[in-house]
Design a protein around this ligand. Structure first.
Ligand code: ZN
Length: 237
């Protein structure tokens, strides 16, 4: 297990952009590196959120499933939770919430995680459907994403912040996944209106970037023509 300053990532967002979607790490192995995180399954099989060592998948039907140890992923990020008291938040749109946590964390040049529990007047999420080989690119998949909306829900929002330098490694700026308290709703967060909540903060100063070197597709892929920044803007924000 890594220490609590460390963000552990398997795969990169760039690899998803180019449609390298084979599952190259098991959930069992991922959880050995942290108990909190986000990711996606093989073929972009839903949106993952890991809380207290339990991995939940929001599938393309909007259903929340607990993921077993043998579930595999092309891309996931975890860390060991050690959140500290941060701020109370109320009446914020997603864009204002992100500005607020970035301002208050005052840590633009490093990674950090924010765990927010609270009530949302409305929240909009997405999950994509699993695709099979030959895999489409991230942008092609995202065009077919399912979007879910809910009003007046309580739940947990897990946000990771990455510095701009790491766009392509992950999503620069804020990237949030959500799980409702009743486990009937969640996913990659597109928008919300937060009524009130409490945010906790964990600053991370080390990135362990693990790459899928057992994957021939990955090792032989040519990333020269990747339109990574444009694709991230289209597919993830
Ligand atoms: Zn996401």
């Amino acid at each position: 297990m890594e220490n609590t300053n460390t963000l552990y990532q398997h795969g990169t967002l760039e690899l998803l952009v180019d449609g390298l979607l084979d599952g190259t790490m098991t959930m069992k192995e991922l959880l050995s590196h942290g108990n909190t995180g986000i990711g996606t399954g093989e073929g972009l099989d839903g949106e993952l959120i890991i809380l207290d060592g339990v991995a939940y998948q929001v599938d393309s039907h909007g259903k929340v499933n607990v993921v077993n140890d043998s579930f595999t992923m092309p891309f996931a990020t975890v860390h060991q939770a050690d959140f500290k008291d941060f701020i109370d938040v109320s009446n914020l749109l997603m864009s204002d919430f992100e500005k607020e946590i970035v301002n208050q964390a005052n840590a633009n040049n490093t990674f950090f995680a924010v765990l927010t529990t609270g009530t949302f007047k409305s929240i909009k999420t997405r999950a994509v459907a699993k695709s099979k080989k030959p895999y489409p690119t991230l942008v092609e998949t995202a065009e077919k994403q399912s979007v879910f909306e809910r009003e007046n829900t309580t739940g947990t929002l897990l946000t990771y912040y990455s510095p701009e330098l790491f766009n392509g490694v992950g999503v620069s700026g804020c990237h949030s996944h959500f799980l409702a308290d009743d486990h009937q709703f969640g996913g990659h967060v597109l928008d919300f209106e937060l009524e009130q909540g409490n945010s906790q903060l964990q600053i991370l100063d080390t990135l362990i970037q693990h790459l899928p070197t057992d994957s021939t597709d990955y090792m032989q892929h040519n990333f020269d023509n990747s339109q990574t920044a444009e694709a991230i803007e289209k597919a993830e924000k």
